[in-house]
Write a protein that binds this ligand. Structure first.
Ligand code: HEM
Length: 198
């Protein structure tokens, strides 16, 4: 059985269920064994899941080009689930970490470079998530819609840069995420240049 024949029979909504599982498992494990800093565990876990799901979304095109796998129908659910994790990460920060104390939140948003970068990434992803439906595609038209959604590449790089910057020293894991995004975004960029030249 080929990947394409399996993908053809799986409805796109199944991806929502599959991708909600790691988040639900994280919440469950934190409830069962909170550890010394449950809020941090949630905040970090949700942030990392967001990056991993963004990578999954960016892999769809290279997988089609390299192996002929057609997974395009899962792109919307993957993108929306990545946003869902970013939103959950933000809510944990606002509600549990900062407990809606606006002075430290405003201080973070204006003074801490890694938070500023994270907020910019979120603000880019927000309109993409809001317009990820058929009605918006129809209203905006496919050309404007596609142009708007190019923003996802910047959001991915900024999301990974946010992770790199929050560490005080250069660390392997955040740099690995950043490297993966640079390669995947670079691949899309090269394809665009090639298409423009052809
Ligand atoms: C709305 C804006 C955002 C805020 C306020 C925010 C806030 C935070 C905070 C407070 C931390 C923990 C820092 C620490 O340990 O001292 C963090 C970590 C992290 N965030 Fe964000 N974030 C935002 C957006 C994002 C976005 C858009 C992504 C990914 C696409 C992301 C991914 C991560 C990751 C991967 C970590 C580190 C996880 C780890 O250490 O394992 N964040 N963020």
């Amino acid at each position: 059985m080929s990947v394409n024949s399996v993908a053809r029979v799986i409805p796109a909504w199944v991806m929502y269920i599959l991708l909600v599982i790691p988040g639900a498992a994280l919440f469950w494990s934190v409830l069962q064994t909170p550890g010394p800093n449950p809020v941090e565990t949630l905040e970090h876990g949700l942030g990392e899941f967001a990056l991993r799901i963004l990578i999954l979304g960016l892999l769809i095109t290279p997988l089609r080009d390299l192996f002929g796998w057609n997974l395009i129908k899962f792109r919307r659910s993957i993108g929306l689930m990545a946003f869902f994790y970013v939103l959950a990460h933000l809510l944990v920060y606002l509600l549990l970490d900062k407990q809606l104390e606006w002075d430290p939140i405003i201080k973070d948003i204006t003074k801490r470079p890694y938070i500023i970068v994270g907020v910019v990434s979120f603000l880019i992803l927000l309109p993409l998530a809001i317009t990820s439906n058929n009605l918006s595609i129809r209203k905006l038209g496919p050309v404007v819609w596609r142009r708007l959604h190019i923003g996802v590449y910047a959001a991915c790089i900024l999301g990974a840069a946010h992770f790199v910057l929050l560490k005080k020293t250069w660390q392997f894991e955040p740099l690995l995420y950043l490297g993966i995004f640079v390669v995947l975004v670079g691949y899309r960029g090269l394809k665009r240049v090639q298409r423009a030249r052809a």
